[in-house]
Structure formats: C-alpha cells, structure tokens
Design a protein around this ligand. Structure first.
Ligand SMILES: Cc1ncc(COP(=O)(O)O)c(C=O)c1O
Length: 384
C-alpha cells in the first residue's frame, strides 16, 4: 500500500480526509497533463493533426468513464463538474407552469440554487422530502413514493449523501418512481458527486435518467473534468440549453445536433486534463477493481467510525457502520469550525458541514489505519 500511496504527492505531508471535497492527484495524472500540453504545443495548438488528437482524446475519455460506469460511451457527455451536469438535466426539460420537482433535503446548495431559479422562471413547484432523517431509521424508498404527485416531472437526489454518507438504494427508488401513475414519465436526476470513484457502479441496471459526476473527487482527477450520463431513452426529452460547435454532427450537411450525449458538450475545453483523468482512473485500476476498492474504502471508514465511538464528547451521525467512505460526527461542546482549523494546522484535513451541523472525514482505499489512529488520538486530546 505504501508504494501505491507514494504516487500521490499531496499525501506525503498530511493526513488527508477530504476526498469528498477533492481527491489528491496521482503523479501519473500530473505527468499526463503536462505531456498532453507539451504534445499539443509541439504539434501546434490549432491544426488538423491537433484537432484529430483532441477528438481522439475526448473519445478515449468518454470510453474510459463509460467502462467504469457500466454504460456505453454514447451516453456520456463530458462536462466540467457535477453542477454543470446537473444544470444540463435541470434546464433541458420542457418545464410548464404547475409542473413539480421532488427534491431531497440533502442536496448541495449549488444544485438547489439552480432549481430555485427554474421555479422562479417557469412556475415549477418544488416538493421537499425528508431524506436526512432516514439515516438511522426509516425507508427512503417509501418516503419518496409517498411524495410523488401526478404533476411530478423530475426527482432530484444524491446517490451517496454528501452530509451524512448515507448510500441510497437507487434501483429500488427508481422502480418505485416508475410504478407511479404520473401524467408524464418522471425523470430521475442523480447527483453522483460522492458515488463516482467510491461505489462500484453499473448505471445501466439502475433505471435512472441522468447521473451527474466529476473526476476531481473520488477519482482523484484534475479539477475541471466531469461528466453527465444520459439514459438513451431520456435523450429525446432533454433539450440542450448551451449549444456550440462540439454539439454538432459534421457528417451531415445541415449540421444537426449529434444523436448522442455529445450534443450537450459545447466548445473549447482544457483537453489536456482529459489525459489526467484517464491516468488517475488507471492508477486506481492498477491497485484493484472497483468492487475491491469500494470494499477497502468502507472497511477503513468502518475502522474510523469504530475508533470515533471511543472518543467521549463526540458522536457519529451514523448509528451503524458506514456503507460509504464518508464519516460525519458532532462534538458536544466547542466550535467545530475552530476545531477543523486547528486540526488542519496539525496536518489533519477535514471539513465542517452546515446541515446537519457536523464535521466530515472521508477515507479512501489508500487511507492508512495509522492516519486514522493519529486523527482519533488528536481529536480525543482536543475535545477533552
Ligand atoms: C453532493 C455534491 N454535489 C455537488 C457538488 C459540487 O461539485 P462540483 O464543484 O464538481 O460541481 C459537491 C461538491 O462538494 C457535492 O458534494
């Protein structure tokens, strides 16, 4: 494991627990980005050969992502980040006044802000369902089913909740939504910020329409490359909001939109970053497959959760062992922002969450038990 960890320069001088915020890039990703920039500059940044290279790089990247997610490359649009992908799905539906959007109470502020603007512009009504309270008791599938309404057109929820680390049973949720007799098909948009690179995925089996993710969190790729999966059956219902030369099919004289997910890509991007993301994914694959990586992440999160139970004055949100790599806890007294600040000055990287008020620590498959022991020891001293 140590040799593997040494590939991540950021891990040499700190105990890093912020993978849900941003993953540290492996050396191979940094090198691939530099090499790609150098190649493009050497060839000439604009030219026939470079243009062919960029197309090839984009195809390779969509394919690498699609393989990890268990879908076809044609269903993947390259974006910049999670929020961009969510916005493509949110703004692309043909909203009518009185349409309803069912939203979980655990979504990210950026996504909520976009939904609020859609409501304001189109007269859409948001129904909020209480997901946070189901962390330890309750059934998210039943709660979602009871909140559906005849005019519900879209359900928005995360696969792994960024605040509590809860993993949602997406296939069961999708089945319950599809059974509901709505006026029009109800589409499902999943915020996959905390699931891609963490969970083993086979999106084709989940029955969801849109899955928005990024490469810079659990995949440890460069910031600036993410993607959106669009189920082939949902393509026709989703108009592209931003359109550019990358959205077009140049094999047809009238340049129609491409008939796959590339229609949601717009124009010039930082293409060398694509090579960085592929190199990051390859680094993980060299350690083990997605199932083994997820098992290790959960094993280490469970170890952290168990150790935290021993610290008095601190309470984990989860009453049972975690099923993801996110472990959130509350402190009985004191200022959690100050605690996180003080931890960082001692080289332990964690973050605060506002709702519910807590501190979040993430484990990756290459987190060490020594890092966890040292963090728990430090927390024990600082809290008591
Ligand atoms: C659940 C969730 N959604 C969205 C985001 C925003 O991600 P991005 O900056 O890639 O859009 C985050 C980032 O922390 C997140 O945790």
């Amino acid at each position: 494991m140590n040799t593997h960890r040494h590939q991540f320069p950021a891990l040499t001088n700190k105990a890093y627990f912020n993978y849900g915020g941003q993953g540290p890039m492996p050396q191979a990703a940094l090198a691939a980005i530099v090499a790609a920039y150098e190649q493009i500059q050497t060839m000439g940044p604009f030219g026939l050969k470079t243009s062919a290279l960029v197309t090839h790089e984009s195809n390779l990247t969509r394919q690498a992502i699609a393989t990890e997610l268990g879908v076809t490359a044609r269903s993947i649009a390259l974006t910049e980040n999670v929020t961009a992908g969510c916005n493509i799905a949110l703004w692309g539906l043909n909203w009518q006044p009185g349409d309803r959007l069912l939203l979980s109470d655990c979504e990210h502020p950026g996504v909520i802000a976009s939904i609020n603007e859609i409501c304001r512009r189109f007269g859409v009504i948001v129904d909020l369902f209480p997901l946070q309270a189901t962390l330890n008791t309750g059934d998210p599938v039943a709660i979602i089913a009871t909140h559906l309404q005849p005019r519900t057109r879209l359900v928005v929820l995360s696969h792994v909740l960024w605040n509590t680390g809860q993993v949602l049973p997406l296939a069961e949720i999708a089945a319950a939504i599809h059974q509901y007799p709505a006026a029009q098909p109800i589409r499902i948009l999943v915020d996959a910020a905390q699931s891609v690179g963490l969970l083993p995925l086979n999106l084709a089996e989940l029955g969801i329409d849109f899955y928005a993710f990024t490469g810079h969190k659990w995949w440890c790729g460069p910031e600036g490359v993410g993607g959106l999966y669009i189920h082939p059956d949902a393509l026709a219902s989703l108009d592209p909001t931003f359109i550019g030369w990358r959205s077009l099919d140049y094999s047809q004289p009238d340049l129609p939109l491409v008939d796959d997910a590339r229609r949601y890509e717009v124009a010039t991007s930082a293409y060398p970053l694509y090579a960085g993301l592929r190199a990051a994914i390859a680094t993980h694959q060299a350690w083990g497959n997605a199932i083994d990586r997820a098992a290790k992440i959960v094993e280490l999160a469970t170890y952290l959760w168990e150790q935290l139970q021993q610290v008095s004055g601190l309470k984990c949100l989860n009453n049972s062992a975690p099923r993801s790599g996110l472990v959130s806890f509350q402190i009985e007294a004191g200022d959690r922002a100050k605690l996180v600040q003080s931890l960082e000055s001692q080289h332990f990287y964690l973050r605060t969450i506002v709702d519910p008020e807590c501190i979040r620590a993430c484990t990756h498959y290459f987190t060490t038990t020594t890092e966890i022991d040292e963090l728990v020891q430090c927390l024990g001293k600082m809290i008591n």
